[in-house]
Write a protein that binds this ligand. Structure first.
Ligand SMILES: Cc1cc2nc3c(=O)[nH]c(=O)nc-3n(C[C@H](O)[C@H](O)[C@H](O)COP(=O)(O)OP(=O)(O)OC[C@H]3O[C@@H](n4cnc5c(N)ncnc54)[C@H](O)[C@@H]3O)c2cc1C
Ligand SMILES: *[C@@H]1O[C@H](CO)[C@@H](O)[C@H](O)[C@H]1NC(C)=O
Ligand SMILES: *[C@@H]1O[C@H](CO)[C@@H](O)[C@H](O)[C@H]1NC(C)=O
Ligand SMILES: *[C@@H]1O[C@H](CO)[C@@H](O)[C@H](O)[C@H]1NC(C)=O
Length: 501
């Protein structure tokens, strides 16, 4: 009797304390994995853009090499209740999105194929690549794919957020050129997701984040590629220069009829030294830009630096890596604004810029604070191309031009996080208020669709809630089909689909 009870208690205890994923992978599989204090663990942890993500310590880092190994990891996770994270390039700075404290981290680093099929004009790309790995592999092939603008960014997360490229006005969001997703579902089965075999899931993956599974490869449309022209212009942010640049980016967005041209226009403030500069990324998909395309920027003659030149795609993407400075905590946030008319441009763009300057001033005492504000054109033509290629979750329409504002605050110590958190929210909510006030006052178009761009969202921003209701409904429906038990929803971080009630 006593003995029987003891056995029962022991059996119950065994059920309650399910084995950890790390232990099961170690004892029952041959999947490569690293534990804390191993050199490879430390090195993998250093590969985050934000040090706050690398400071979170996973219980182990799993390094699957094949889709089957990813599926085996997912089966193992199903035997317990641990939180986990999926990491590609580690560029998303939101804590717990691709990082985890105490549970297993699945790194996609070994899923790093880049296979060009020149006959079919496709490239199969693993999520463990960074965009400069992809461009290096395609260098000299005469082909490219649509991807990141800064080489160091990862393929995996970038693509699931839609992906903004220098070639988005020529070819759409990066996700619009995906032909197939190879996906490991919550029940560990592997599906090849295409437009024809799983149309809703295919749509949901184009901007749906990590809510539906782990992508183990992307089959991408390849496009012919020769030399490109591009680089950076850097200016001191005097008030005349700022006025001219704000006018130029507005003008470019409205009159962007050459789809081969792409820009990112970034203001940067180092608060401790009050060093204010503009950094402009220019890109032209051809060896030289035709006269006129970038004149409004190049005519602002007092630039300090101009690195624009003819070069390969790989050289351009790797060259832009100087912008990835490690060793800081980063936060990112966004808002989307309708493009003001030329007549209202100076007023509206000026107000946005001044609000950002004012809010960043309130954070001046935070050690090491650098504030940046990027203006990213989202012209009507991008909306037309995205729709023509089958659409995506963002589903922007071509009634207006837009600008996606990307905000970053970087700083030295996580101790400042809560203060920066507030500064970030004040900045983007202020942009929204400015837009609404101008809409009420008739200076900006009213009743227009202004979704948030997921790849630039701060963790509390409601990416899914700002989509069109029919796209949110699609996301919910697909989630109910492929993740009925809420595996991805409850156990890993990222932008989540809000429940219907
Ligand atoms: C310097 C810099 C430049 C940038 N430039 C651009 C740009 O030009 N265009 C643009 O659109 N965005 C850009 N971004 C934003 C970037 O796209 C996002 O931060 C994106 O999330 C980073 O992708 P990653 O693979 O490096 O992400 P990670 O941080 O590794 O992952 C981000 C999210 O995606 C999930 N995820 C990653 N891989 C997979 C997978 N295989 N399956 C399922 N889920 C997965 C993770 O779980 C996590 O939630 C830039 C960011 C930085 C820091
Ligand atoms: C699993 O974890 C969640 C969140 O921590 C918790 O709410 C839930 O009760 C746990 N379930 C089990 C079976 O332990
Ligand atoms: C920024 O601050 C200045 C000085 O306090 C103020 O005059 C201006 O109205 C503010 N601008 C915005 C957009 O908040
Ligand atoms: C796994 O989930 C998918 C999507 O819900 C379903 O179609 C499939 O039948 C499931 N596979 C197994 C083995 O249960």
């Amino acid at each position: 009797m006593r003995r029987g009870l003891a056995v029962t208690v022991a059996a119950l205890a065994a059920v309650a304390a399910a084995q950890s994923t790390c232990d099961i992978v170690e004892s029952q599989t041959s999947i490569e994995w690293y534990k804390r204090f191993q050199i490879e663990y430390t090195s993998e942890q250093s590969e985050y853009w934000s040090t706050s993500c690398g400071d979170l310590k996973p219980s182990c880092i799993l390094m699957p090499k094949t889709t089957q190994e990813v599926a085996a990891v997912v089966s193992t996770l199903a035997t317990n209740n641990e939180s986990f994270a999926i990491k590609s390039g580690g560029h998303n700075p939101n804590n717990y999105f691709a990082s985890i404290d105490g549970g297993p981290l699945i790194s996609t680093k070994n899923l790093n194929q880049v296979v060009l099929d020149a006959v079919a004009e496709t490239v199969r790309v693993g999520p463990g690549n960074r965009w400069d790995d992809v461009s290096a592999a395609l260098d000299g092939s005469g082909y490219t794919v649509i991807g990141g603008r800064i080489g160091n960014v990862g393929v995996g997360g970038y693509m699931l957020g839609g992906g903004m490229s220098f070639m988005s006005t020529e070819y759409g969001w990066a996700a619009n050129s995906v032909l197939e997703f190879e996906l490991v579902l919550a029940n560990a089965s592997v599906v090849s997701v295409t437009e024809s075999n799983h149309p809703d899931l295919f749509m949901a993956l184009k901007g749906g984040g990590n809510n539906f599974g782990i992508v183990t490869s992307y089959l991408l449309q390849a496009y012919p590629q020769g030399d490109v022209w591009g680089g950076n212009l850097i200016f001191d942010a005097t008030s005349e220069v700022s006025t001219a640049i704000l006018a130029a980016v507005r003008d470019f967005t409205e009159n962007y009829d050459d789809g081969k041209a792409g820009i990112i226009v970034t203001a940067e403030r180092t608060l401790a030294t009050l060093l204010d500069i503009w950094v402009i990324f220019l890109y032209y998909n051809g060896p030289e830009p035709p006269a006129g395309v970038f004149d409004k920027f190049l005519d602002i003659s007092d630039f300090k630096i101009n690195t624009c030149k003819t070069q390969s795609m790989n050289s351009l993407l790797s060259g832009n890596n100087w912008a990835v400075l490690k060793g800081s905590v980063y936060t990112i946030g966004t808002e989307t604004i309708p493009l003001p008319s030329e007549a209202n441009g100076a007023e509206v763009m000026g107000k946005i810029f001044d609000h950002w300057v004012n809010v960043s001033n309130t954070a001046q005492l935070i050690p090491g604070l650098v504030a940046s504000l990027a203006f990213q054109p989202l012209p009507k033509k991008l909306a037309q191309i995205a729709k023509a290629k089958g659409g995506d979750m963002l589903d922007i329409n071509d009634d207006i031009d837009r600008i996606v504002l990307e905000l970053d605050y970087s700083f030295l110590s996580s101790l400042s996080y809560s203060q920066v958190d507030k500064t970030m929210r004040d900045t983007y909510s202020g942009f929204k208020t400015i837009v609404e006030d101008y809409q009420d006052g008739g200076l900006l178009p009213k009743d227009v669709y202004l979704p948030l761009f997921q790849n630039d969202c701060f963790y509390p921003q409601d990416y899914f809630g700002r989509l069109k209701p029919e796209k949110l409904a699609l996301a919910r429906r697909v989630q109910a089909e492929v993740d009925p038990n809420g595996f991805w929803k409850t156990r890993t971080g990222g932008f989540k689909i809000p429940s219907a009630y």
